[in-house]
Design a protein around this ligand. Structure first.
Ligand code: 0WD
Length: 254
């Protein structure tokens, strides 16, 4: 039977058809999973609903991770829909665009707090709710980037947020392991998405990866999706607390 048959997953972070979350959703569906999307605000609702219809995904409502009641509401909807949850995909990040250029040292306290809340704490916030629904174990997956490990031009406060996110993966993995809930991250190479378009000189970063990654190219949301299926399915049942690079090998040379 299909790899993900019988598995029900909530996916946060579909903004449009270039989103990494969309790549993961399509791969999970292709392997037999049931999936549900949230959307952030009415503007994204109009984009997310047709995408959901395209692959037979559910839409469980508006979720802005800075508003805890909206997180509660979508998890309540998931409980009504399925009565449980098997996997969760967290593909969300935010920083003021003006601070994704120039020097890290110029980060404001306001944007630091907001970036860490949306890009890092939100994983823990959703894990708290997911734990209650994952009564038969489960898998949680988040998205990170190499800028957590090394200085990268323009990544600035997002690099600091991703470092904290990767540490969160390890702490959450330890907390949830006894319940057979696994927590992992994919560290994706640069992909041209809406979020990425806010990063200074992004085209240059794509080119740099193309020239220097062992595979001499960048990666696609489909490739991230396929690795996502591995980390969300029982194929990776012995794996937790891991940050898995899907970056055409860039991390070995960069
Ligand atoms: O090169 C890249 N694109 C990489 C992205 C390389 C490595 C990692 N990532 C990460 C991102 O940091 C993020 O964590 O992958 C994740 C998904 O990002 P994406 O697919 O590149 O970007 P996008 O399609 O824009 O989806 C991110 C979405 C938001 O979109 P916009 O662009 O409208 O901010 O995150 C969501 C929103 O849908 N989001 C929120 N959701 C709920 N509450 C919030 C919020 N407050 N803020 C942003």
């Amino acid at each position: 039977s299909p790899l993900m048959a019988g598995k029900r997953g909530l996916i946060l972070g579909v903004a449009n058809n270039r989103s990494i979350a969309w790549g993961i959703a399509r791969a999970a569906r292709a392997h037999g999973a049931e999936v549900a999307f949230t959307y952030q605000g009415d503007a994204l609702k109009k984009r997310v609903e047709p995408l959901a219809a395209e692959i037979g995904a559910h839409v469980v409502g508006h979720c802005d991770v800075t508003v805890p009641e909206t997180i509660d509401a979508v998890f309540a909807e998931v409980e009504r829909l399925w009565g449980g949850l098997d996997f969760l995909v967290h593909a969300i990040a935010f920083s003021d665009k003006d601070e994704l250029t120039g020097r890290y040292i110029d980060t404001t306290e306001e944007n630091f707090s907001k970036s860490l809340l949306i890009s890092c704490y939100s994983l823990t916030a959703v894990a708290q709710r997911a734990e209650k629904l994952m009564t038969n174990g489960g898998a949680i997956l988040t998205m990170t980037y190499y800028g957590a490990e090394k200085w990268m031009p323009h990544y600035n406060v997002m690099g600091v947020a991703k470092a904290a996110l990767e540490a969160s993966v390890r702490y959450l993995a330890a907390d949830l392991g006894p319940q057979n809930i696994r927590v992992n991250a994919i560290s994706a190479g640069p992909i041209k998405t809406l979020a990425a378009s806010g990063i200074g000189d992004f085209r240059y970063i794509l080119k740099w990866n193309e020239y220097n990654a062992p595979l001499r190219r960048t990666v696609t949301p489909e490739e991230v999706g396929d690795t996502g299926v591995y980390l969300l399915s029982d194929l990776s049942r012995g794996v937790t607390g891991e940050v898995h690079h899907v970056d055409a090998g860039y991390h070995v040379v960069g």
